[in-house]
Design a protein. Structure first.
Length: 555
């Protein structure tokens, strides 16, 4: 896997882990916190509904108290005044107090006077017989032996649920005797719960026991509330939840459930906040990853890839003398600087190795293999230019005697000095190589006239003939040279060297300290011509200082 892909995988994995943590935190912690807050709000709303019901009961009781201890009502229980009836049993009184009926009973518990209110028609009507029948069967509600007592509560009747309050009728100062009792109340119908809903600001609905029986969820809520629980909550969906309280009658018997519908505004707002928060985190993570990848690509990866490609090219093409280019002044540039230093070392080492592989370690002249390579190239050029190539095979005479007399160290020094003298005797285009021991090979290129070959050979003989002063010792040596010419004496460098070696050996066996061409007849001819011409030339006189016989005195 490439570096860029690895970085993307690592960053994507880290981003997924962070997102998972954020989502888990939002799901299980923040959401739970919102649920807990919502639960507290629901509890307060249900308690508000309970208090509203209690206040309505208290209001009914207080309203009943105000009428039952009113002098006009006390007088009405004796006179049954028409004026009292006309002024008080009117629709406005019922609507204001949210009453459905007002009934007076005498001291014996018998109906004295009563009227009901038809909310649909907004008219005064007779008290329903079923209600009167229920009251007649429950005399305790309208018969008081203790004038300080009173009754208020919920009753289950054939007409449905009714809230009633009763008190003994007394004078305004509460003086006895009681002239009967006053009963006021209202039906627990849709009108009542609509009013209650407006009071608490939520939809409140009554659910009877028969409705609860046919609904498994409601039955579960009902069973929970039968225990010690004061309220229960049922989540309907993401927008609404229901709170329940158990409704009991005056005998504490359950008669149904009051359901409060509560919108989940806080929860939905919390979810929107969480979703927004998660979206911000996700988008921020994506932007951070993209920005980081871009910065990595521009400042790191592209530069690393460029460095890698340059290193690969240098290694592939073995161009260790090349330098790696990189921009900036940071850790990467420092690394490249170090690599470039290593390349310099490798290049220098390779140059040294190549030099050592192609040169003689003692004289630093090209060795035999390198000479073969250069000679092959020279022959190819000679074919193109229609010129000739000369090969000289040279041997230092009596070098073994020098080694035996003065030691190999002195012999090595003599060879080094001889190599310099030979090189100084050649043209710039000529090449001299050490064949082995005391043998040297010389390559002369672009030969159009054999005269330059002879002149070069004579210069070498002259240079070698000069005494060598080594370690305070004066040593005299000479050399023998054999010459072959391409293409006259051979087509391959190996053949030319062999023929030049033969010519050198022929010279050495005769007298040494001379040179000889491979073709003996040509040698004699050329020697005679060259010597004659040199005796007359100013160049020869300047080069040898006029001493021509000294060159060949040891022949």
């Amino acid at each position: 896997m490439k570096l860029q892909a690895k970085i993307m995988v690592i960053m994507a994995s880290a981003w997924l882990v962070i997102c998972s943590i954020v989502i888990a935190d939002s799901k299980f912690i923040i959401t739970q916190n919102y649920k807990n807050i919502e639960k507290e709000i629901i509890q307060h709303r249900i308690q508000d509904t309970q208090r509203a019901l209690e206040r309505m009961l208290d209001s009914l009781s207080l309203y009943t108290l105000a009428w039952s201890q009113w002098d006009d009502a006390y007088a009405f229980m004796k006179t049954k005044s028409t004026a009292f009836i006309q002024s008080n049993f009117v629709p406005a009184i019922y609507r204001t107090a949210h009453l459905n009926f007002i009934i007076f009973y005498n001291s014996d518990g018998k109906l004295y006077y009563g009227r009901a209110y038809d909310t649909a028609k907004n008219t005064i009507a007779s008290v329903p017989p079923l209600l009167l029948e229920y009251i007649s069967k429950n005399k305790f509600f309208v018969t008081y032996h203790d004038v300080t007592s009173h009754q208020v509560g919920l009753f289950q009747t054939k007409m449905g649920l009714i809230v009633m309050s009763s008190r003994p009728v007394l004078m305004s100062n509460g003086k006895k005797p009681s002239r009967g009792s006053l009963l006021m109340g209202y039906y627990l119908d849709d009108t009542f719960f609509n009013t209650l809903s407006k009071t608490v600001g939520m939809e409140v609905k009554f659910l009877s026991l028969s409705q609860i029986t046919h609904d498994n969820q409601l039955r579960g809520v009902y069973e929970k509330l039968l225990s010690t629980k004061q309220y229960a909550v049922l989540i309907v969906g993401p927008k609404i939840e229901h709170g329940f309280i158990l409704l009991r009658d005056i005998d504490a018997s359950p008669v149904g459930l009051i359901r409060v519908e509560i919108p989940r505004l806080l929860y939905r707002s919390g979810l929107m906040t969480i979703y927004h928060y998660i979206s911000v985190v996700l988008l921020s993570g994506i932007l951070v990853i993209l920005l980081t990848l871009y910065l990595l690509k521009v400042f790191v990866l592209d530069r690393v890839f460029s460095i890698s490609n340059q290193i690969a090219r240098i290694n592939r093409e073995r161009e260790f003398d090349q330098q790696i280019a990189v921009s900036g002044h940071d850790e990467l540039s420092k690394m490249v600087f170090t690599i470039n230093n290593m390349l310099d070392l490798i290049s220098n080492s390779q140059s040294q190795l190549r030099y050592m592989a192609s040169h003689d370690p003692l004289t630093h002249l090209p060795n035999r293999d390198y000479f073969y390579e250069l000679s092959t190239q020279a022959i190819l050029r000679a074919n193109e230019t229609k010129s000739k190539v000369a090969v000289m095979f040279m041997d230092i005479d009596k070098l073994k005697k020098v080694n035996d007399s003065y030691g190999h160290a002195v012999g090595d020094k003599l060879i080094k000095i001889a190599a310099k003298r030979i090189k100084n005797s050649l043209r710039e285009s000529d090449v001299v190589a050490r064949q082995s021991g005391d043998e040297f090979i010389i390559l002369m290129q672009d030969i159009t006239d054999n005269t330059v070959i002879s002149l070069t050979a004579q210069r070498i003989l002259q240079e070698i003939a000069i005494p060598f002063v080594i370690d305070n010792q004066t040593i005299y040596v000479s050399c023998s040279i054999g010459i072959s010419i391409y293409p006259d004496d051979g087509a391959q460098i190996e053949e030319l060297i062999k023929n030049a070696d033969d010519a050198m050996y022929s010279t050495k066996t005769k007298s040494g300290n001379s040179y000889n061409y491979y073709n003996h007849e040509l040698l004699l001819c050329c020697q005679g011509q060259v010597i004659a011409s040199f005796s007359q030339s100013s160049f020869y006189s300047n080069f040898f200082n006029g001493n021509t016989t000294g060159i060949f005195k040891n022949k």
